[in-house]
Write a protein that binds this ligand. Structure first.
Ligand code: NAD
Length: 485
């Protein structure tokens, strides 16, 4: 085991869970056990909440301009530790070093945004009547929780940590039990940046601890990122306890390719979108809908896919079960008559035979009724569907229950506008396969890709992590000057 048994992080200290239960942590790059993560219980969570409640009282009294100083330092520490963090992310998640580095770079951008919050949360003030003023202020909620998935062990925690904490809350992070190592580094860096003990805490575990978070009476808000199945469970359970909840779910992203699209650019963009992070991105291209004559683009994207070197510029998927699940989608589509143009099944990387690898896979003539066309595959697999008209393509995209991202590839401004206005997705790309909004724009899908109001990052997250205090003050000593004072 390369790393020692992990602990929770409560009140600025790494603390053993009282449960005594652990789960092995594997590196998907070679299948080796690299650590053990505790499966915490409700009493571990309770200890973290009590500590967080106490710390939050003082933290909330610290002016926001002072609070964000911690995040200026945290940003510098992320930069300083970029290589070490990227190696750790790659080791626990299986993505390539460059993809892991991009996670750290995005975490830096998210932290920069948090540093700008004092500029964004200045309240409003108005003299509403002679000698009477109203003003507003964004007040923190108290103790909040963030539950995160396996596919971005550093970026997704940083979607929530800097904003929620800079806005005056204390946080309990529940990392994915599959990739719990990067979160420990986040705790160390926040401490080094000067964050007071107890403001950020980690409680490791699985389903039991998520349920305990949903039920805990002293947690005010819960953000969740993961599959739609669990997002629905968390949303329903935590709101039943009257908590504020934002739960981001899974995705099935459609790229609509028109015959006039720039062929080389489209081919490389679609390939990067479907294969980046081994297709384990909620923004990954899963289905490409080719409208009319697009064979020349399909040929080029197969060429691009064949250029990918597994184990070098395409990492592993997260587990043996994930590899089996992805390969079974491909086999079922083949059995039902789809044509496999590039086949990534049964891939092995020499020297890493124990790793969980699936090569890039391109499947043509997938029909909308096939399982692979409807469900989230979460692997480096592109299904190509064919239609005669753009409206048929939009109908397929609109019918899918998810709504995270969609994109159109065309050189016609009018067609780009036509499709982007009609796609049923929260994040829409024109000639870009991974239309992730960058700060200050906010991240969040529609339909079954998100439950709750607002988005998880950017300006929209301010409303989620705070509540508005409205204050009315009468400075005027006169009695009954008008109907209100
Ligand atoms: P997951 O839903 O299995 O797990 C997410 C979190 O929920 C983990 O911390 C896990 O411990 C916990 N959990 C798992 N099962 C649970 C249960 N039954 N009850 C309560 N908690 C439970 O997701 P994952 O496999 O870690 O991540 C992949 C999924 O996340 C994909 O569907 C992907 O699209 C989605 N995702 C979405 C976004 C987005 O922004 N919409 C971003 C990243 C990932």
């Amino acid at each position: 085991m390369k790393y020692p048994e992990l602990k929770n992080y409560i009140g600025g200290k790494f603390t053993s869970s009282t449960s005594g239960k652990f789960l092995d942590v594997y590196s998907p790059l070679d299948g080796s056990v690299i650590s053990k993560v505790p499966l915490s219980n409700a009493s571990d969570l309770n200890a973290a909440v009590i500590t967080a409640q106490n710390a939050q009282k003082l933290w909330a009294k610290t002016p926001i301009k002072e609070r964000v100083q911690v995040f200026f330092r945290y940003k510098t520490l992320l930069e300083k530790n970029m290589t070490e963090l990227s190696k750790l992310i790659s080791e626990e998640n299986g993505k390539t070093f460059d993809e892991a580095k991009a996670e750290v770079e995005k975490s830096i951008e998210l932290t920069e945004f948090a540093c700008s919050l004092p500029q964004l949360v200045a309240g409003e003030w108005l003299e509403v009547s002679a000698g009477v003023e109203c003003r507003t202020e964004h007040a923190p909620l108290g103790v909040v929780a963030s539950i995160v998935p396996f596919n971005f062990p550093m970026m997704v925690p940083n979607w929530t940590i800097p904003n929620a904490i800079a806005l005056g809350n204390a946080m309990i992070l529940k990392p994915s039990e599959v990739v719990p190592l990067s979160s420990q580094k986040i705790a160390e860096l926040l401490k080094e940046a000067g964050l007071p003990d107890g403001v950020f805490n980690i409680v490791n575990g699985d389903r039991d601890i998520v349920e305990a978070i949903c039920d805990h009476p002293d947690i005010q808000a819960v953000s969740f990122v993961g599959s739609t199945k669990v997002a629905k469970i968390v949303y329903a359970r935590a709101t039943s306890h009257f908590k504020r909840v934002l739960a981001l779910g899974g995705a099935k992203n459609h790229l609509i390719v028109l015959p006039d699209a720039h062929a080389a650019m489209t081919a490389s963009n679609v390939t990067a979108s479907m294969s980046g992070c081994a297709g384990q991105r909620c923004m990954a291209a899963s289905a490409m809908i080719g409208v009319g004559k697009i064979d020349h683009i399909v040929e080029q994207l197969c060429e691009e896919s064949r250029k990918i070197v597994l184990g070098k510029n395409l990492g592993s998927v997260i587990s043996k079960q994930a590899k089996e699940r992805i390969e079974s989608y491909i086999t079922e589509a083949e059995t039902q008559g789809a044509k496999i143009l590039v086949d990534g099944r049964n891939s092995v990387v020499a020297g890493s035979e124990g790793g969980y690898y699936v090569g890039p896979t391109v499947i043509d003539f997938v029909r909308p009724d096939m399982k692979i066309a409807q469900e989230e595959v979460f692997g480096p697999v592109l299904s190509i569907l064919r239609t005669d008209t753009v409206d048929e393509a939009l109908e397929i995209e609109n019918k899918n229950p998810y709504g995270n991202a969609a994109a159109v590839f065309t050189q016609s401004g009018a067609m780009a506008r036509y499709v982007s206005e009609r796609a049923s997705a929260g994040m829409v790309g024109v000639n870009i396969g991974v239309p992730v909004p960058r700060e200050p724009f906010s991240f969040g899908g529609w339909n079954e890709s998100k439950f709750g109001m607002g988005d998880i990052t950017g300006k929209s997250s301010i409303e989620f992590w705070t509540q508005l205090r409205k204050m009315t003050t009468k400075w005027n000593p006169d009695a009954r000057t008008n109907w209100m004072s």
